[in-house]
Design a protein around this ligand. Structure first.
Ligand code: ADP
Ligand code: MG
Length: 238
């Protein structure tokens, strides 16, 4: 099980630097939360790790492999998007299989992985339906299933709960924590919600304005905020 290392990662869009010289280590099987306000660069950083955005400077390593120049499919990383990003014209099974077919896995192995993930997520009865025929919470499970079948070393979640109602948000949060117990992978979970961060994280990376403000356990972040921004964002009493 590899760890993940970001070394001096920088991203600019035109004249704007949106990630400024970020360095970070994630341990094997660690549950890491990126916490920060809207626009601080969380999604951009996640997309660089996934390979959906290029890295302008710096390096990304997974174990002993440098991955920042590799295609997304070669990184052993799987991302779950805020808006699920399912193909509406494909069934649930086809949505979950699609990425595996691209890497030319044998059909029998694809079916085996999809069936196992569907069972784990309790969506076996939905496999032949289309995304338009299932609920938002079920679509979220399909999106998670599509990540599981890739057997990644690293799961990336970009605000996966923000489109769910309050009850479903709590339930899905618990399920993601359970998933983490069952898979041999690290996770990065992006949120702007302090409660989600505090309940899920082994360690929290507090981000603001293109940079990391502080990295620490929930207890460290809450009881010993390193900056006034962290103190006000996590709501530490003065
Ligand atoms: P967060 O996920 O924390 O809300 P983002 O990573 O989405 O923040 O965005 C960080 C900054 O980068 C924002 O100012 C956003 O407008 C800008 N940005 C993100 N993607 C692009 C893009 N493709 N082109 C130009 N600017 C972008
Ligand atoms: Mg975002």
């Amino acid at each position: 099980m590899p760890g993940i290392e970001l070394k001096n990662v920088t991203k600019t869009f035109g004249a704007a630097t949106v990630i400024d010289n970020v360095s970070l280590s994630i341990r094997p099987h660690e549950f890491m939360v990126f916490l920060g306000p809207s626009g601080c660069g969380k999604s951009t950083l996640l997309r660089m790790i996934a390979g959906l955005e290029s890295v302008d400077a710096g390096e990304i390593w997974i174990g002993d492999r440098r991955v920042d120049q590799l295609a997304p499919g070669e990184r052993r990383v799987a991302m779950v998007f805020q808006h699920y990003a399912l193909y509406p014209h494909m069934t649930v099974r086809e949505n979950m299989s699609f990425g595996l077919r691209n890497v030319k896995l044998p059909e029998a192995e694809i079916d085996k992985r999809v069936d196992a993930a569907a069972k784990m997520l309790e969506i076996t009865h939905l496999l032949e339906r289309k995304p338009g025929q299932i609920s938002g919470g079920q679509r979220q499970r399909v999106a998670i299933g599509r990540a599981i079948v890739k057997e990644p070393h690293l799961f990336l979640f970009d605000e996966p709960l923000s489109n769910l109602d309050a009850a479903l948000r709590v339930r899905t949060r618990l399920e993601i924590a359970q998933l983490h117990q069952r898979v041999d992978a690290a996770m990065i979970f992006v949120t702007h919600d302090q409660v989600e961060a505090m309940t899920l994280a082994h360690r929290i990376v507090v981000m603001n304005n293109r940079k990391i403000e502080q990295i620490g356990t929930p207890m460290e972040i809450y009881s010993r905020p390193a900056t006034t921004f962290v103190a006000s964002f996590v709501g530490t009493p003065a």
